[in-house]
Design a protein around this ligand. Structure first.
Ligand code: PLP
Length: 399
């Protein structure tokens, strides 16, 4: 086995690198989750995550992965037979459809080519044709982590409002929250699903549901079976600063520190940093002569970039060379794009030199794996990062 020195480069689009400060905050004895000390932490993290979501509404924090938080969104608001509208933006949309179908929802899945955001023209057409309001929810993946294409939830809200459709707007922002602009209240989102292991810079293990008043009312009237995921049970006990079951205490300690870090940098600066790294990565791809998986202008993800391999070259073979040679993990292509593309994560706790190390590892890997490309990607990215003024430069850090 090769012994690597220095830090492993974890450049998958989540789980992301956990800052040392967050690791230290979690490195604490477990505590009494019914005691007064815990309630202080409980209230702090509930308020902190509301600020990240930009909501005054309740945010449920589950000890779960993101998929659990999706299931929670579904079982609270919908019942078997309900019709829902989804868009095939990539693997995560496909997985969300799978869960919905297991709960016997009637899914209208608008097809997509995994290279664009959601087909909003089709969303509008389906919603305006639905005069009887049979569609109970529109479910969108904000940042499609399998492809690197963004769908803007505020655009979907505009459509719903324009056609005066009462369907709930449910958004998977599992890899969006904390990396891309997100406004749960201002954008009129009914349920926003997130997870801890992406822009929030924590290990996996927390799932989140931010909920509108309308979604809460729908849930109250919804007879569908649920227990662990029931919003109202959690909200009732949250009033005492704790949860109906044992919460993930040490992850909550980490969440408090992670939100503190995001707020010290300033969320706007965090979002600008991600956009800048995404632009530098795309400049590298352009110089290498390679395609981004996302082909929609304006929909390129600030959080990750999907790289399409030249015909006849296997992305996973390339990733293996990079892992063995440089101790760097790149994201695999999922499902129908497996082997055809790989993903570079540039989200979470990340900076310019980490990006340069990542892109240098990719460029050297191309040489070693004999993947046809032009030289100069790393230099092109450096040219973007060297610009310290104008729109691409990070704003002054918050004191
Ligand atoms: N949705 C998106 C956009 C994701 O990126 C992921 C995980 O990467 C999921 C859903 C599933 O989340 P989890 O693996 O935490 O269950």
């Amino acid at each position: 086995m090769t012994v690597h020195t220095g830090r492993h480069f974890l450049q998958i689009p989540g789980p992301t690198n956990v800052p040392d400060r967050v690791l230290r905050a979690m490195d604490m004895p477990t505590m009494d989750h019914r005691g007064p000390e815990f309630a202080v932490l409980g209230f702090e993290v509930m308020a902190a995550i509301q600020r990240v979501y930009r909501t005054k509404q309740p945010v449920i924090i589950y000890p779960s992965s993101g998929t659990g938080a999706w299931e929670a969104a579904i079982v609270n608001t919908l019942q078997p037979g309900d019709k829902v509208l989804m868009c095939e933006t990539g693997q995560f949309a496909v997985l969300w459809r799978g869960i919905a179908e297991k709960f016997k929802l009637d899914v209208d899945f608008i097809p997509g080519d995994w290279r664009h955001g959601a087909d909003l023209e089709q969303v509008e057409a389906r919603l305006s044709a639905d005069k009887a309001h049979k569609i109970k929810a529109v479910m969108i993946v904000h940042n499609e982590t399998s492809t690197g294409c963004v769908t803007y939830p505020q655009e979907v809200r505009k459509i719903l409002d324009n056609v005066k459709h009462p369907a709930l707007l449910m958004v998977d922002t599992i890899s969006g929250l904390g990396s891309l602009e997100y406004e749960h209240d201002a954008w009129g989102i009914d349920v926003s699903v997130a997870g801890s292991q992406k822009g929030l810079m924590l290990p996996p293990g927390l799932g989140f549901n931010a909920i509108s008043e309308k979604a809460l009312a729908v849930a109250k009237a919804n007879p569908a079976m649920r227990s662990y995921w029931d919003w109202h049970e959690v909200i009732a006990i949250n009033k005492a600063g704790t949860w109906p079951y044992t919460p993930a205490t040490n992850l909550l300690m980490g969440l408090k520190e992670a939100v503190k870090m995001l707020e010290e940098e300033g969320l706007e600066n965090v979002f600008a940093r991600h956009k800048r790294h995404s632009a530098a990565t795309r400049a590298a791809l352009k110089a290498w002569g390679l395609e981004t998986q996302c082909q929609e202008q304006g929909a390129h993800s600030p959080a990750l970039t999907g790289v399409v391999m030249p015909e006849g070259h296997d992305a996973d073979q390339f990733r293996k060379v990079v892992l063995e040679s440089f101790d760097m993990s790149l994201g695999t292509g999922l499902n129908k794009v497996k082997g055809k593309m790989f993903r570079i994560g540039h989200l979470g706790h990340f900076n310019d030199l980490m990006l340069m190390g990542t892109l240098a590892g990719v460029e050297m890997g191309f040489d070693l794996a004999k993947v046809p490309h032009r030289a100069g990607g790393v230099n092109a990215a450096m040219d973007v990062l060297k610009k310290r003024d104008g729109a691409m430069a990070p704003k002054a850090a918050v004191a």
